[in-house]
Design a protein around this ligand. Sequence first.
Ligand code: MG
Length: 176
Amino acid sequence: MLDVDGPLNPFGAMPDHRPDGFQEHFLMPPSWAALEDVRIAASPRRREPTPLPVWLNPDHGAQLLDLPFQLVWATTWEAEANEFIAPLLGLPELPYIPWQTPRPVPQGRGCWKTPEIVAWAAGRPFAWVDDEISQADGDWIVRHHPGPALLRQVDARSGLGPEDFADLSAWAAELD
Ligand SMILES: [Mg+2]
């Protein structure tokens, strides 16, 4: 289960501290364009939509495909991850979790994604890579998911790094 903003796009380091290996892109997914329309309507100074800056590491695609996992987008980009992010990383079209509206919230202080992550897993072992994971999510998943789960919280200032890939591989190897 793979988030985009944070693990793949280290937005927490914007605008001045782009980590090594990341390239800057300016994207206009429809969901962003719709938000820009709202912002333009609300501001008399704004005329043109501004593309969304996204930093991506082109090595991440091959590194993700090398992992012994079935990759699933778990991101607010939803289908737009396939259209806008996957091609820049050399990833194929991947399944994605379509989030419910309104967003479900687990009891306690967990991430809003957690119940649907667990529902998607349906008892299967899974790893979840996201910048918003906390201990509350781990506690909730222990109570609601019968199988093994690895929660990998990634710093949104640095994005996925070699240690993350190594730990994901090691965890999958231990499952066998
Ligand atoms: Mg995120």
